[in-house]
Write a protein that binds this ligand. Structure first.
Ligand code: NDP
Length: 484
């Protein structure tokens, strides 16, 4: 046995990860259900490193040094379980099974528990960066036992992308922690993209700018606080002219955003954990609304749902609007990330993972779709205070958001007036105001709940739980045992 690591599942992701391992000097064992993928990889890229090709799972496992490190890169879901079932009888105590697919963290928790009972390590790892990242350096978010990371971490770190001398790979936490963090990362990606799309739509509708002019705006923004991969590719997309029609490509693309499901998972999980990740939720729902093509067509055909008159900005209204939208985008982005990091904290608390949030910001700086300068600021915030109650409380972000707030309010008010939907900008602002206000409307909700369901309420002036006898004499009773 001489292979350092093995990859089973050699479609785009697995093949590129295998090549990345081999290029970094690791002897890499190869396996795939359909043999041709193994043969093709060896024929095309065999010269890139030291590969050990196998025709069946038993010889693949036998080719690995102990503790064996087997990375599964097959279709997420049932296929992963099928491969694990086939693999487990061939492995020995202390071997490490790594699932680099896009698994739901609940599945990872279940699989980790089952393999632990067999004396095996199961590492559910998020791999970000798509096909290109897998080959040239992804961001890697591994969860599992600390012990398994000692044997596996150095290999993973060697293939991860490097930013300022730090690999974008670190131990995330036990069992499902890695896949959970990857899921939240994808949710944040949805929110970030939605906010950029709102900025584009609003500037286009409000100022009548062309896609090419807007490409220039985004290129300028990419030189400041907003510098990021997503802003950069936004300019590239907006600049693209369709060869066939000569129109801007963005005007030829069907206006219905699709989704593969990780955003939805993030929102479902956020609801279960009770964390208000409104930025991600609005982004997922905005994609759903855009995708309700028949309904949108029916509404437009009916022509009965009218908007405001006067759909663009002129004179003083237009002055400084581009900069105001930039500020609104930045502030909303801070909120979306603050919510995402709150969700990581909530998951970490719920499952006992002890996730280091600053370290997550660090490993998202490269490889990931959300890679950005901004993540350095988040890392610095958590370096200063790992127990920060909200990113919005960090000095840097607090002043950035409060400096932006006049613009932010102007932009949301303007969008509302123009009839341009900005669910991301406006919900982020509502969250900011909600967090900041000493009292919300929640006391009234508690009163209503007590009236119709005797759900009780607390009082600001004394301890205990109380109920008003709404349908009786209107007096108040203390309900908790301490009061009886
Ligand atoms: P796919 O998700 O398309 O999966 C294809 C691979 O799964 C093939 O190797 C296929 O084998 C194998 N497979 C499917 N069913 C079975 C089964 N029952 N038993 C054994 N093998 C099976 O490949 P990708 O490379 O796109 O993705 C791999 C994983 O990485 C997925 O979980 C995906 O979600 C995740 N991922 C993908 C990213 C991307 O950008 N594509 C980014 C990050 C993660 P065969 O050749 O025999 O059909």
């Amino acid at each position: 046995a001489r292979a350092d690591i093995g990859v089973t599942g050699l479609a785009v992701m697995g093949r590129n990860l295998a090549r990345n391992f081999a290029r970094n000097g690791h002897v890499t064992a190869l396996h795939n259900r359909t043999q041709s993928r193994v043969d093709e990889l060896v024929a095309q890229f065999g010269a890139e490193g030291d590969f050990v090709a196998s025709t069946d799972l038993a010889s693949f496992v036998a080719s690995l040094k102990r503790p064996r490190r087997v990375m599964i890169m097959v279709k997420a879901g049932k296929a992963t379980d099928a491969v694990i079932d086939e693999l487990v009888p061939l492995l020995e105590e202390g071997d490490i099974v790594i699932d680099g697919g896009n698994a739901h963290f609940d599945d990872t928790r279940r699989r980790e528990q089952a393999l632990r009972a067999e004396g095996l390590h199961f590492v559910g790892t998020g791999v970000s960066g798509g096909e290109e990242g897998a080959l040239n350096g992804p961001s890697i978010m591994p969860g599992g036992s600390k012990e398994s990371y000692e044997a596996l971490g150095p290999i993973l770190e060697s293939i991860a992308v490097d930013v300022d001398g730090t690999p974008c790979c670190t131990y995330v936490g036990p069992d499902g922690a890695g896949h959970f963090v990857k899921m939240v990362h994808n949710g944040i990606e949805y929110a970030d993209m939605q906010l950029i799309a709102e900025a584009y739509d609003l500037l286009r509708q409000g100022l009548g700018k062309t896609p090419a002019e807007l490409a220039e705006v985004f290129r300028t923004w990419n030189e400041g606080d907003l510098e990021s991969f997503l802003i950069e590719i936004t300019a590239t997309v907006l600049d693209k002219v369709d060869a066939e029609t000569g129109k801007a490509l963005v005007d030829v693309i069907v206006d219905a955003a699709e989704q593969k499901g990780t955003g939805r998972w993030t929102v479902q999980t956020a609801l279960e954990l009770g964390v208000p990740t409104t930025g991600i939720a609005e982004a997922v729902f905005a994609r759903s609304l855009s995708g309700s093509v028949d309904q949108r067509k029916a509404v437009q055909a009916a022509g009965t749902l009218v908007g405001p008159s006067g759909a663009s900005l002129t004179g003083a209204e237009a002055e400084g609007f581009v900069e105001a939208v930039r500020d609104a985008l930045y502030a909303s982005k801070v909120v979306a990330y603050a919510q995402g990091f709150d969700m990581i904290q909530a998951g970490s608390d719920q499952y006992g993972w002890d996730v280091d949030k600053g370290a997550m910001a660090t490993i998202w700086r490269g490889g990931c779709i959300i890679r950005a300068q901004f993540l350095n600021r988040i890392k610095e915030a958590y370096d200063k205070d790992a127990a920060l109650a909200s990113l919005l409380l960090d000095d840097y972000f607090a002043s950035a958001v409060s400096n932006a707030q006049d613009s932010w309010r102007r932009v949301v008010a303007t969008a509302v007036r123009l009839g341009v939907p900005v669910p991301g900008f406006s919900s982020a602002l509502a969250y900011y105001d909600g967090l900041r206000r000493e009292r919300l409307g929640a006391a009234l909700v508690q009163g209503q709940r007590d009236l119709f369901g005797a759900h009780t309420y607390g009082r600001v002036d004394k301890e205990g739980t109380y109920h008003t006898l709404w349908s009786g004499d209107g007096s108040e009773e203390r309900q908790d045992t301490a009061g009886q």
